[in-house]
Design a protein. Structure first.
Length: 364
């Protein structure tokens, strides 16, 4: 009898805990912004790093071997290379256009693994352009090392160059979790199973709801996938095999209206739609994800910005949350995890630098 009572009470406690977690997830959807955490939150005060009058609308930013690579699509030229110590402009390149060395809509920056070498993904041209910040310029003229047009018509959001010499991407795909392209842009079989959302809906529609950005570890063998409208951060091998799931601080999923017509695969957001992760970057031991938590109905375009950076280990443990003193749309961190840079628009477009606290390491 005693054992039965203990078991009964244990089951009641677990049931109550499950209900509490479920209620917390439901309540989260009703708040305009999610900013309350159960892990340490460290407030950071930044300093303006780059001159405020050189940017129009900086977005993506990446640390590449002591330099900051910045995309500013509202400028012409559209790309900046800054010295990561001084903020001085090293290069400015990428005029508007569709020709060699030109860009229509540069969107993503992907380090190649070689010294000061990186890829720029142009969403409009579906083109990857390889740049080496020291060797791609002759007499001040930008000449890319090479350009690769990616086959197919999928709307790609985030593209990375893997250690095996392929491009791997997320986007609105017809099958799989990752699109794959060889070194000359030919489409290869997709990788990973797309298991999110209601399976009765077309995969293409669910891909929109579970839009995501990706980053690789420095060895370019592991992938971190951060979802735009769900506080999901998951880890995969470049083969597409799922390695783990990170701790979720809120547990919310996308809110969207399913297609009304059978032949319509496009979805629409609702008043409850909220932005989760805007940007994700990684070092050897840590994944940094810029989190918004803002509901688009109340915040409109400002829902694309976030003040909180979730700091996870690659084992999925949420170590801490960093609270920035300005809303950012992109972040970069040095490999030693001593400084964080953020693309900020309000009150003026600029890059802000933050000194980082000591990040707890993953247990070995």
């Amino acid at each position: 009898m005693r054992r039965f009572e203990v078991l009964h009470n244990t089951l009641r406690a677990l049931s109550g805990l499950a209900i509490m977690v479920a209620c917390r997830a439901v309540a989260a959807q009703d708040r305009p912004v999610l900013d309350e955490y159960r892990v340490p939150v460290i407030k950071l005060r930044g300093e303006d790093f780059a001159s405020q009058d050189i940017f129009a609308s900086p977005t993506s930013i990446a640390w590449v071997d002591g330099q900051l690579i910045i995309i500013d699509r509202q400028s012409d030229p559209k790309l900046f290379v800054l010295d990561a110590k001084t903020g001085a402009i090293v290069r400015r390149f990428g005029r508007d256009g569709a020709g060699p060395g030109e860009f229509k809509a540069p969107w993503d920056i992907a380090p190649s693994g070689r010294y000061r070498e990186f890829w720029i993904f142009d969403t409009s041209l579906r083109r990857m352009t390889l740049v080496q910040s020291d060797r791609s310029f002759t007499d001040g003229v930008f000449r890319p090392i090479r350009s690769v047009a990616l086959e197919g018509g999928a709307n790609l959001n985030s593209v990375r160059w893997t250690a095996e010499g392929t491009f791997i991407a997320t986007g609105y795909l017809r099958r799989g979790l990752f699109a794959v392209y060889d070194s000359i842009g030919r489409e290869r079989p997709s990788r990973g199973d797309f298991t999110y959302g209601d399976p009765r809906l077309p995969v293409f529609a669910r891909q929109q709801a579970y839009d995501s950005r990706i980053t690789l570890d420095p060895a370019r063998a592991k992938i971190a996938v951060a979802f735009k409208e769900a506080d999901r951060l998951e880890f995969f091998a470049s083969s597409g095999q799922r390695l783990g799931v990170a701790q979720r601080p809120f547990g919310f999923e996308p809110s969207f209206a399913a297609p009304r017509k059978r032949d319509d695969e496009y979805i629409a957001g609702t008043q409850r739609s909220r932005t989760a992760y805007r940007n994700v970057i990684a070092t050897q031991s840590t994944v940094f994800s810029l989190f918004s938590g803002r509901r688009r109905h109340e915040f409109k375009a400002d829902a694309a910005f976030g003040r909180h950076v979730h700091v996870h280990s690659w084992d999925g443990t949420l170590r801490m949350v960093l609270e920035l003193d300005a809303s950012a749309i992109g972040i970069a961190v040095d490999p030693e995890e001593t400084v964080l840079f953020a693309s900020v628009h309000d009150p003026v477009p600029r890059i802000v630098r933050y000194a980082l606290p000591t990040i707890p390491r993953q247990a070995r």
